[in-house]
Design a protein around this ligand. Structure first.
Ligand code: FAD
Length: 472
């Protein structure tokens, strides 16, 4: 039995390929994990639509081969051994998940299966290099990205743009002829039809990207001709109607595994000028590695322990204004309103809003991290925690003194004609390009009468933020 988790596809899939190669008949299963779903208090959570639709595509592809996706609802520690017993599985295959709670869950599942005489095998699939595979010369864990990337590329042994792929990224396509034809008895009460979204307690949402393997394929095809332009195009946020524009928009697909990371790396290796995009894929692995080697991060600990004592003085009122996009700083407000409506935010904007919350509003980064975790369609603990701690200067590469973005300067630089701002902030329609980045700079601006006054003065707050780091 293959247990799908964050790998909702049937191609280039290590666990499925290995199970199919084992010579046994293979069943494919998924568990709606109540220990996770129980913590999601928003019935409109978009991720459930993404997951459900992606599973429906997997099920449809299995049906073509007279197989079915077997679906359970409950705690996987109980459900996986129960399903394995029900279908008479001798072995359970899965792809590894490096989040501390997932590691603990898998250990418990493995122990329970072992007691029942069922083997459990978890394979590396989600990343090219995992855990301690890329280490410093002295066998230590990298704490800074740039040397990690150099070591990662060297371990890959393939040169970007050369078209050569190393073994580490070769496709693992399963032989789907090994799939077990599921008789009605085997799947009774255990299919996706038995678990519609509403029964799980969630409502269907509009998504800004198509889910599933097909959605990933479409986005990748759209991005393929743009990979080489990524370096110059990646920092310009596009209005909602045009996203994802200069970046791939593939993060949710990589999060839920409707796309294989190896396929992305192969594309980057085969494309001249794709080095910068490849670096982003390495950032993803860097944060996965950091989390696997520092599981305490999942308990809210800053990566740099010396920053743990900082008492962030930001207020609940300011946090609420940030969440709702009414800080008086247009680039922050546009990004947050767009985010609240869609669950998507461009990388440059994630950095700007995160830094603004922490360094201008002086709010504890963990509050922003939790807000993103609740609303991001592509939420991934390792990347989100890494991004927040980078922005808050509490993480790897922490640089409190010069990593304080000026939100007005960022807006002028990355949205010079205010196209993005205008698409989200109708109150600024009458503003000229030169004033739109900070309309109330010289007191209340009648052309932005309906737009809030700035909550804080950036110059002053910047000094206060530096003071917090100095005083710790
Ligand atoms: C505060 C903050 C929070 C973030 N939270 C998340 C999150 O929860 N989930 C998430 O996937 N990314 C997160 N990121 C990283 C990054 O913003 C997104 O991965 C990126 O915006 C997704 O857009 P894209 O798919 O078009 O990326 P592209 O620019 O096309 O990059 C390709 C892929 O590389 C990976 N990637 C790119 N940048 C990063 C990065 N800095 N860190 C880790 N992986 C990266 C993603 O998987 C992405 O899909 C966060 C960044 C910040 C600053």
């Amino acid at each position: 039995m293959v247990w799908l988790r964050r790998d909702l596809r049937l191609h280039d899939h290590r666990a499925l390929a290995a199970a199919c190669a084992s010579g046994a008949q293979v069943f494919v299963a998924f568990v709606f994990d109540t220990t996770i779903l129980g913590k999601l208090d928003n019935p409109d959570d978009r991720r459930l639509t993404f997951i459900h639709d992606s599973l429906a595509e997997v099920d449809a592809a299995l049906r073509v081969r007279d197989a079915r996706l077997i679906v359970a609802h409950g705690d996987p520690v109980e459900e996986i051994p129960r399903l394995a017993k029900a279908i008479g599985a001798t072995s359970v295959w899965t792809n590894k998940d490096y989040e501390p709670s997932a590691v603990a869950r898998d250990d418990a599942v493995a122990a329970k299966l072992k007691a029942a005489g069922v083997a459990f095998t978890a394979l590396k699939d989600q990343v090219v290099f995992e855990e301690r595979e890329v280490l410093t010369r002295t066998g230590g864990v990298y704490k800074v990205f740039t040397p990690y990337r150099a070591a990662w590329l060297s371990a890959l042994g393939a040169v970007a743009g050369s078209g050569t792929a190393s073994d580490a990224v070769r496709a693992c396509d399963p032989d789907l002829d090994a799939l077990a034809a599921c008789g009605a008895e085997a799947v009774r009460g255990k299919t996706l039809d038995d678990w519609p979204l509403e029964r799980l307690g969630f409502r269907r949402r509009e998504l800004w990207i198509a889910p599933g393997m097909r959605g990933a394929k479409q986005l990748l095809a759209r991005f393929r001709p743009k990979v080489a332009d990524y370096e110059t195009a990646r920092d310009r946020p596009a209005p909602a109607a045009e996203e994802p524009d200069g970046t791939s928009g593939l993060s949710a697909h990589l999060r839920f595994g409707t796309l294989s990371i190896r396929e992305c790396v192969r594309l980057a290796l085969a494309t001249r000028g794709a080095d910068t995009w490849l670096s982003e894929l390495v950032w993803r692995e860097f944060y996965q590695m950091i989390l696997s080697q520092t599981p305490e991060l999942a308990a809210g600990r800053p990566y740099k322990p010396e920053t743990a004592g900082i008492r962030w003085p930001g207020t609940d009122e300011h946090f609420a204004a940030w969440c709702e996009g009414r800080t008086g700083y247009p680039i922050v407000d546009a990004a947050m309103r767009h985010f609240n409506r869609t669950g998507w935010m461009h990388n440059r904007l994630r950095m700007i809003v995160a830094m603004f919350l922490v360094k201008d509003l002086l709010v504890d980064w963990r509050k922003g991290e939790a807000y993103f975790a609740r609303h991001l369609l592509d939420f991934d603990f390792a990347a989100n925690n890494g991004g927040w701690q980078w922005s808050a200067s509490t993480g790897c590469d922490a640089q409190p003194y010069f990593r304080i973005f000026n939100p007005i300067g960022q807006s002028e630089r990355y949205d010079p004609d205010g196209r993005y701002l205008r698409s989200e902030l109708p109150e600024l329609a009458a503003c000229a390009d030169r004033e739109i980045h900070f309309p109330h700079a010289k007191g209340r601006n009648p052309r932005a009468a309906a737009y809030p006054l700035p909550l804080v003065d950036h110059g002053l707050q910047r000094m206060k933020a530096m003071g917090l780091f100095q005083a710790r």
